[in-house]
Design a binder for this molecule. Structure first.
Ligand SMILES: O=C(O)C(=O)[C@H](O)CO
Ligand SMILES: [Mg+2]
Length: 260
């Protein structure tokens, strides 16, 4: 049975960020993830995790100025120093919380631009080697072009080839099923092919990015496929609830008891 993590940047937004940990625990989650913790001290987040007996499955490295549209800088040759600083900003959060996965955002850049492609490879290697001594895996995640126009990493095949070519053991794929369905479809065949390099999975309905309980994808089937494939990692619930978060947790009810 998949181990679900509530994404606290998407779920339980009815309450302030630090209160979402309790809300997730009360709803039956044993793990959480979120995009950015940087408005809060690492110790405050670690304290909430301890208090509610939650595992932090994943968080993102700093993205730059998110509200101004920045989406990271790994593929930005002009922002290499910022990328290096971002690793040092994130590390205390990972160490304080015990998180074993971080997501490295690629940034907005042309995938066919040679300098961007080179910068991306270098950033992946630098980040993976930076986190390796701490037992932390670095994820890269293809994002669909409709939600994030101009994002450098918009193809699962490109991500797969890069991870395989670089061959760095702690560099892995963040397989967001929502993005995969929009970009390519054929989700099950891709899960089967890519399972050896998958470090984290996320879910949402397609196309609305809401609860994984209707629309294009049959999530109960996908969850049992993850079991058949022996996936032992986390599945992040990264969707925008249709109404109150707790009203939409019907999809989770039958998995709740087994989520230890
Ligand atoms: O948008 C997504 O799917 C993500 O997982 C990213 O972390 C957004 O930055
Ligand atoms: Mg995602």
């Amino acid at each position: 049975m998949p181990r679900f993590a509530a994404n606290l940047s998407f779920l339980f937004t009815e309450v302030p960020f630090l209160d979402r940990f309790e809300a997730a625990a009360v709803a039956g989650f044993r793990a959480v993830e979120f995009l950015f913790p940087y408005d809060h001290a690492p110790e405050d987040i670690a304290d909430r995790l301890r208090r509610y007996d939650l595992t932090l499955a994943l968080f993102n490295l700093p993205p730059g100025d998110w509200t101004a549209g920045e989406r990271g800088f790994a593929a930005r040759p002009d922002k290499f120093e910022e990328l290096q600083r971002s690793l040092h900003t994130a590390l205390p959060y990972a160490l304080a919380t015990g998180a074993k996965r971080v997501h490295l955002l690629a940034g907005l850049a042309d995938r066919h631009d040679g300098a961007a492609a080179l910068a991306f490879r270098r950033s992946l290697a630098v980040a993976a080697h930076f986190f390796a001594p701490h037992g932390i895996d670095v994820m890269i995640e293809p994002l669909n072009r409709r939600d994030v126009p101009g994002y450098f990493l918009d193809d699962f095949g490109v991500a797969r080839d890069l991870i395989r070519e670089l061959g760095i053991p702690n560099l892995k794929l963040q397989f967001d099923i929502y993005h995969c369905q929009i970009l390519h479809g054929d989700v099950v065949m891709r899960l089967r092919e890519l399972m050896p390099i998958i470090g984290h999975i996320q879910i949402a309905s397609v196309p609305s990015r809401q609860e994984p309980d209707r629309e294009e994808l049959n999530y109960p089937f996908l969850f049992s496929e993850l079991d058949r494939l022996g996936y032992a990692g986390f599945v992040g619930a990264e969707y925008r609830p249709r109404a109150a978060t707790t009203d939409g947790l019907g999809w989770f009810a039958s998995y709740r008891a087994g989520n230890t």
